[in-house]
Design a protein around this ligand. Structure first.
Ligand SMILES: *Cc1c(COP(=O)(O)O)cnc(C)c1O
Length: 367
């Protein structure tokens, strides 16, 4: 099978060495394996600037959404009410979960290309004292917009709310200091900026908050509290753990450290993103999100004109080794290109050349 560079926000392109970790079968009850779990949990705390006296990491089987749903059903009781900040499909998914779980909530939604107004959030909090939690998405992968985590965290702290952050596509690629921001629950998964393979999600939580959540979850498998209690004992997962994925993730964490940590990875993603957007703009393809709101994770590009044939463009690029991502907006024709994973400047340059060639080819009159 031909291999491609994936320009998608997970599963993404991983290193050979990360994939090779999966060639070994491991026992879930063996001490060596349990130590891998404990090491991962501690490394994630370090990356999040979350000291182990106050915070813990809980790993949860399944994709990122399983971690989000586990957090919502465990952290929010039937007496609570949340404010959901929505500006894209992942925020909508949180609202859909809240509906299914019967969580009391109120929604503040903005357009996909804009961020929430802090004054308006203040207003909502001042007018509804029953709100106990705020839930937000950090990087909305739908568009690549970066939501104002610092500002939302500050106001959440000021009003004494519990803050839950879906940092799925940003954690590991953008520095986040959980302790100084006062984030209570942060959710991410194995196959995004840590650059592992898909199979589990993780939640970094304030211990005092999580310890008050016993019995909240109406789901047995997704009970984050029970998962924590079991995992804390010895590092053994409550039910079968994705052993191969866990081993690959441990390797990916070591490689993140070797790269220079989150700040170095952030610089790599950012540089490639700036390069990509400027070269595509020169070729007549503009980004959908204003540059001051753009994340270094993924970019949404507008079709250059009405005659643009995405299928044809996609195959042209794929034939040359790169896989892009279709758009997710309903009102605009777009496609997306991710910067996360094993993608370096040389790959970005090669991709830009391929796209420029394609665009130049379109200008030629048919024979
Ligand atoms: C990837 C992602 C998720 C989780 O999606 P899964 O398909 O369940 O892994 C949630 N939120 C955001 C912002 C994401 O980028």
């Amino acid at each position: 099978m031909k291999t491609y560079k994936l320009l998608t926000p997970g599963p993404l392109t991983t290193t050979k060495s990360v994939k090779e970790e999966m060639l070994i079968d491991r026992c879930t009850w063996d001490d060596e394996y349990k130590m891998i779990t404990q090491k991962i949990r501690n490394q994630l705390l370090e990356i999040a600037s979350a000291p182990s006296e106050r915070y813990t990491t809980v790993l949860m089987q399944g994709s990122g959404s399983f971690g989000v749903e586990a957090t919502l059903c465990t952290a929010i009781s039937t007496c609570d009410k949340c404010l959901l900040l929505i500006n894209g499909a992942y925020g909508e998914r949180i609202a859909a979960m809240a509906d299914r779980l019967g969580i009391h909530h109120t929604v503040y939604a903005t357009k996909c290309d804009s961020i929430h107004d802090i004054g308006r959030i203040r207003n909502i909090l001042e007018n509804d004292y029953t709100i106990t939690h705020i839930v937000m998405v950090h990087c909305e992968t739908t568009t690549g917009i970066l939501n104002p985590l610092e500002e939302v965290a500050r106001i959440s702290l000021e009003f004494g709310k519990t803050l839950i952050v879906d940092a799925m596509s940003s954690f590991g690629g953008i520095p986040i200091d959980m302790q100084s921001l006062g984030i209570d629950f942060l959710i991410s998964s194995a196959n995004k900026c840590i650059q592992g393979v898909p199979g589990f999600s993780f939640v970094i939580a304030r211990k005092d908050k999580l310890s008050m959540c016993k019995g909240h979850s109406s789901s047995l498998a997704l009970d984050l509290y029970d998962q924590w209690r079991a995992m804390d004992k010895s590092g053994k997962w409550r039910y079968t753990s994705p052993t191969h994925v866990v081993a690959a993730f441990a390797k990916a964490l070591d490689e993140l450290e070797a790269e220079g940590g989150v700040s170095a990875r952030h610089v790599r993603y950012h540089k490639n993103n700036v390069l990509l957007r400027s070269r595509l703009s020169e070729a007549g393809i503009e980004s959908y999100i204003a540059s001051e709101l753009q994340s270094p994770i993924i970019t949404t590009f507008l079709f250059p004109d009405e005659d643009f044939d995405f299928e044809c463009f996609y195959s042209h690029v794929k034939d040359r080794g790169y896989i892009m991502y279709p758009g997710k907006l309903t009102d605009k024709d777009t496609f997306r290109i991710g910067n996360i994973g094993e993608i370096y400047e040389e790959n970005t340059l090669e991709l830009c050349n391929i796209i420029e060639d394609y665009m130049r080819g379109r200008e030629l009159p048919p024979l």
